[in-house]
Write a protein that binds this ligand. Structure first.
Ligand SMILES: N[C@@H](CCC(=O)N[C@@H](CS)C(=O)NCC(=O)O)C(=O)O
Length: 338
């Protein structure tokens, strides 16, 4: 065991990395009978609990997919709400098995923080939102603006980079609590609010008059958002990677939660392997060959999850954009199940 001190994003974290824990989490999850996922405290469309404690969102769907894959039951999960500041410590300490929470995969997180990213479930970018009253059309008109931002995020770093690169001054207003950050923005303590564009769209949808706020066109950064697991936890890494790939492959082959039972009769060898009709695709992870069938039946494919939670017909109204399937000009490209 070695003790690692990681100073990243202004947060100092201590954690213990074991030399070899290749199957540790997979075994522990099998034994306890459910998976614990770190999720956002409440970001509509990504992860949100209702008054009955039922969670929905694309990040929560990935957590449910892991549960369906492992146990044949998408309800065998526990969502543990994490702030931006808590999330990495919770994963490093073993409080959660996987972080499924609008988290950007970066080199620092993959190296110094001792984590690794098995998949990207939403290709995003950082943007900035202002009141329409400002009459601003571009972030380049925001010289001297006070900008609300949350600490412990890529957002804080990219904001400074972007304004510096564009030779503009700004005043960062760093606020830990997301609710307080929003209140400060709405109350006019900041001229602008910045985070991932998906976050801006969802937050905007919750404001009293969404049309009074505009997300400016600039992209400050690339934000590949995805799940994270602990380094060295190889078998568990593969579970998360393949749970997500099954959702992508299902969409590509037109398998949905509604038609999955009919699809069991498909003559297409790819569909047969995905659904466990032929081959023994679960064997390598010691799980049921119907693992992907269970995900699709109970959670749906990637497109179904996207449309239901954040798509153009949802209150978030997000286009597929970069998150479209590769055949439709997007970056979503499922790895072959064979
Ligand atoms: N994707 C970026 C930004 C994530 C982020 O800032 N999320 C904010 C805005 S949605 C957040 O989670 N706030 C809620 C909280 O801290 O509890 C990262 O991984 O650092």
């Amino acid at each position: 065991m070695k003790l690692i001190k990681a100073a990243a994003l202004g947060v100092t974290l201590f954690f213990i990395a074991t030399a070899s824990n290749a199957g540790e989490t997979l075994d522990a999850v099998k034994k306890k009978g459910y998976v614990q996922c770190g999720v956002h405290t409440g970001l509509p469309g990504f992860s949100l609990a209702n008054s009955k404690g039922e969670w929905t969102g694309v990040d929560v769907d990935l957590c449910k997919a892991i549960a369906a894959m492992m146990f044949g039951d998408a309800n065998k999960y526990k969502a543990v709400a994490q702030t931006t500041q808590q999330r990495f410590t919770a994963l490093q300490s073993g409080e959660i098995d996987v972080l499924t929470r609008n988290t950007t995969a970066t080199m620092t997180r993959d190296t110094t923080l001792g984590l690794m990213s098995p998949a990207i479930n939403y290709y995003d970018s950082q943007g900035i939102m202002v009141s329409t009253k400002l009459g601003v059309k571009s972030a380049k008109e925001l010289g001297g603006a006070a900008v609300c931002v949350q600490p412990g995020t890529t957002t804080e770093l990219n904001l400074a980079d972007w304004f510096r690169a564009n030779k503009l001054d700004f005043k960062p207003v760093v606020i830990n609590s997301p609710d307080e950050a929003m209140r400060s923005y709405v109350a006019g303590r900041c001229d602008a609010y910045t985070t991932d564009k998906s976050g801006l769209a969802t937050i905007r949808s919750t404001l009293a008059n969404p049309d009074d706020h505009v997300i400016l066109p600039e992209d400050f950064s690339k934000e590949p958002l995805g799940p994270m697991v602990r380094q060295g936890d190889d078998a568990w890494f593969m579970v998360v990677r393949w749970a997500f790939n099954a959702m992508l492959e299902a969409e590509e082959y037109g398998i949905t939660s509604k038609n999955v039972d009919e699809m069991l009769k498909s003559p297409n060898p790819n569909i047969q392997r995905i659904l466990g009709v032929s081959g023994e695709m679960g064997k390598g992870l010691g799980i049921d060959n119907k693992w992907a069938y269970n995900i699709i039946k109970q959670v749906g494919n990637y497109g179904e999850s996207f449309e239901r939670n954040i798509g153009i017909t949802s209150p978030m109204k997000l286009e597929r954009g970069l998150n479209a399937q590769w055949r439709n000009g997007g970056l979503m490209y499922g790895w072959p199940i064979r």
